[in-house]
Design a protein around this ligand. Structure first.
Ligand code: NAD
Length: 477
């Protein structure tokens, strides 16, 4: 029996009523570890501990918060190989991507170490004589952080770091599929000297731990990243206790390739955007909208390079695409491949590859129509629909024909088209001659329409969610 990995509540490592096994999608016979799986009682104790710890944490001023975040960043860097290996083993991301994500998490903690010292207010004269007005930022209080499996350290980092920097206390619920990376991060936060109760880890299912977080009256805000149906349910449930919510959800991100694009650059951007990280990125390019004049050459070269990608175990040297995260996700992807054929697409790739794990060859759905389900629904796997268009105007219309609006890209040599796309596309992030996935950590991240709800994440904009505004009036007498 492998060692049980415990939850962290009120500064103590504690067990829970249940446990869950963490298995390797590159080889499910590899049991990574057994993890505590909590319930509503654990959430209530964690929220109470957080509520008691939050005020002293904030009142202690920004220096201890900055110092803690800086230490966490250094400790992540020092243990990057161990964390990256765990991430690759439990999520299936190839090791170079897992190491890059781990280093990104350290950068995020270091960025918010600085931000803790830069919380600005405003001072205005009152309309009444001798009265001064200050607009101050105060922490929300206790925040519940709910994260998905596909970026198991970067997304927790970009929620935990600003939450702590601005003086909140945290109850963190990681995805059930990736507790290992979350547990290593919690160990680091604890060992870095985070005061008891300021940061709590409660692992477990969404139905039990996630729902209890959303219902708990001691929690003032929920920052969630995950799928649209879960996000919608959280927004509804959070209204009962009037919580502030921040929801980052799915995408069906368009990448437009115009006739005047640099072909090798466009193919490289689409190969990366559609298939790297096994297509399991909310910002993945899952709709390739290609102008007629470049279409055939683009499809020929992208198919060639896609079919040459080496799919294999996440930790094996030379693998370029790791496994799909779980058996259920693989079955879902394969159903979409079959649907693409049923809807009339020509499918290249997309087969289950067998072997030790949940391996699937990347897929292109050629001849897709914008109205098809495979061109509208988020698949969240290594599959991209290719839609042929006549001109820029049609490309923009098709790009905007989506319930989502997270990231959008265009490959073009025309400044006029690039500018018109940047202004016309309905998305939170726009890329010109760059993949739709791959963002910086010091600027806002988020989308429009069904992709996001509430304040933006990351960069200085994170202050909007993790603080509330207090307006103070003073009369000097
Ligand atoms: P998911 O919605 O199934 O789960 C996300 C988290 O919510 C998990 O921790 C889960 O346990 C929890 N959860 C489930 N039911 C819950 C409930 N009733 N109450 C509270 N919490 C609950 O999503 P997933 O499969 O882990 O992740 C994939 C999805 O995440 C995709 O749709 C992807 O696009 C999206 N995603 C979005 C972004 C973004 O920033 N926009 C980033 C990464 C992933």
């Amino acid at each position: 029996m492998s060692e049980l990995h415990l939850n962290l509540i009120a500064g103590q490592w504690v067990g829970a009523e249940d446990t869950s096994e963490n298995r390797n999608p590159s080889d499910p016979s590899d049991l990574i570890g057994v993890y505590a799986s909590g319930g509503a009682d654990d959430v209530a104790r964690a929220a109470a501990a957080a509520a008691a710890a939050q005020s002293p944490w904030f009142e202690g001023g920004p220096q201890p918060r900055a110092d803690l975040l800086d230490r966490i960043a250094s400790m992540i860097e020092a243990r990057a190989q161990e964390i990256g290996t765990m991430l690759a083993r439990e999520e299936g991301k190839i090791l170079p991507e897992a190491l890059a994500e781990t280093r990104r998490a350290a950068q995020i903690f270091r960025f918010y170490a600085g931000e803790a010292l830069r919380v600005a207010g405003e001072a205005l004269p009152s309309v009444r004589p001798q009265v001064d007005i200050e607009i101050l930022r105060a922490p929300l209080g206790v925040v519940g952080l709910i994260t998905p499996w596909n970026f198991p350290i970067a997304i927790p980092a970009w929620k935990i770091a600003p939450a702590l920097a601005y003086g909140n206390a945290v109850v963190f619920k990681p995805a059930d599929l990736t507790p290992g990376t979350a547990h290593l991060l919690a160990q680091i936060i604890h060992q870095a000297g985070c005061p008891a109760g300021v940061f709590n880890l409660v692992m477990g299912s969404g139905a039990r731990v996630g729902a209890a977080l959303v219902a708990d009256p001691q929690i003032s805000g929920i920052s969630f990243t995950g799928s649209v149906p879960t996000g919608r349910g959280i927004a509804r449930a959070a209204a009962e206790t009037m919580k502030k919510v921040q929801l980052e959800m799915g995408g069906k991100n368009p990448m437009v390739v115009l006739d005047d694009a640099d072909l090798p650059l466009a193919v490289a951007a689409c190969l990366n955007g559609a298939f790297f990280s096994t297509g399991q990125r909310c910002t993945a390019s899952s709709r390739l909208i290609v102008q007629a004049g470049i279409h055939d050459a683009f499809v020929a070269e992208l198919s060639r390079q896609m079919q040459a990608l080496r799919v294999g175990p996440a930790l094996a040297e030379g693998s370029q695409i790791g496994p799909v995260v779980s058996a259920a996700q693989l079955q879902g992807n394969l159903r979409y491949v079959a649907l693409a054929r049923d809807e009339g697409c020509t499918v290249i790739g997309g087969d289950a590859l067998g072997g030790t794990g949940y391996f699937q060859s990347p897929a292109l759905f050629l001849g897709a129509d914008p109205a098809m389900r495979v061109a509208q629904e988020e698949i969240f796997g290594p599959c991209a629909a290719v839609i042929k268009v006549d001109d820029f105007d049609q490309a923009l219309t098709v790009a905007n024909d989506s319930a989502f609006g997270l990231s959008a890209g265009i490959c073009t040599g025309s400044l006029r088209h690039a500018r018109a796309f940047k202004h016309g596309v309905k998305a939170g992030m726009v890329m010109v001659n760059l993949p739709t996935a791959g963002v910086d950590y010091h600027v806002p991240f988020g989308g429009t329409k069904g992709s996001s709800h509430g304040a933006r994440e990351q960069g200085r904009h994170a202050v909007e969610f993790y603080t509330t505004v207090k307006t103070s009036y003073s009369y000097a007498g």
